[in-house]
Design a protein. Sequence first.
Length: 443
Amino acid sequence: MPVYKKRFTITVVLISIFVAGALFLNGRGGEVKADTKDVYKNIEVFTEVLRQIEKNYVDPQDPQKLIYGAIKGMVRSLDPHSSFLTKEEHQELMMETKGNFSGIGIEITVKDNILTVVSPIEDTPAYKAGVKAGDKIIKVEGKSTKDMTLLEAVKKIRGPKGTQVKLTIAREGVQKPLDFSITRDVIPLKSVRHYSLTPEIGYVRISNFQSKTAKDLSATLEELERRGKLKGLIIDLRNNPGGLLSQAIEVSELFLDSGVIVSTKGRNSSQNIKATAHKDEKQRDYPIIVLVNGGSASAAEIVAGALQDNKRAIILGTRTFGKGSVQTILPLSDGSGLRLTTSLYYTPSGKSIQLSGITPDIDLAYVPPSKKEKKSPHRFLREEDLEGHMPNAKNGAEETPEHNRGTEKGMKAKMLVEKDNQVRHALELLRTWGIFSKIKGGS
């Protein structure tokens, strides 16, 4: 095809897209207005630039590459989460919610124009290598990430199982950049794990929200409740980067019988949604503590906000990430796609999650256990220290669930309580919850 004919075809297609967009925006119940004269005027400038590049640029250029580059630049100017997807990128994005993909296991975003780790996914190569929430990725394979789009970065970081990728990271409090060589692996998106911390208090970790999260959580709760009367539950949403909105709503519904879960508001009325809870056959009235931190984002913030505003749980930890925008994937005619921010999330009380995030009821930062820490520098002499003391057959049995004793899961639960100050504090709160509930108020 001659260059002029190809240029004419692409120009006509481009004008059609812009005009269709203008008409589309102008026809949504009159809510969004666009002046088609202004659209035509600006397209003339665009086609003029396209002609000059094709006519005068030192090397011949692929017209589709030029058009795609222009669209990417346009969408990139909107916000960090909107992006234009090529056909391959569109297909790759669809994989994330279907079970697994090959990479290193991190959720990333663009924050202050810098590629930033929202959180590493638990038990993945990045997590094991020591990548942390808040790390700033300044280079991928030696190439600067400045002006790199989110999807470009994802594409460079992902790759076949067994291959390596080198990340250069700037970390707060560390003077020099850190280099990580991480071997890629298949990332299984197992989103729900659980332990029994005591016979009456359960712990559930939700690492992300994918297509089966609510179903898996429901089965986990059934298992914990089947073992005996559950008197408290810890839901760990720390470093949970989010995922599917539908799953955040379904997870919230497992603990709510009524009330608003989340609402979304956009420019178009079709984006204004209010999700409400419905009465469940299973009555869950035990106290709940939700753990959050700066790596808790999006869907994780929706669940925390829903349980907090409906007075169903106490939120413990540090302020969440503040990713309160909704992205809609719009498929395009050539197989490419548009990931477009279309609305914002609001908690039941009407508060926007965007930037502000969820503020915990109990502000408690995570404190890594010190290697030099001693168990107890001094304690009083007790009966158990006396030679020939009478044994108590039940001593300590009430603290270790029978099914956990001597198992790997039991050891992990014990280690979690010993090494994680936030989990330990939540556990103590749930223990005292039962004590204070027995105290009758006087007049």
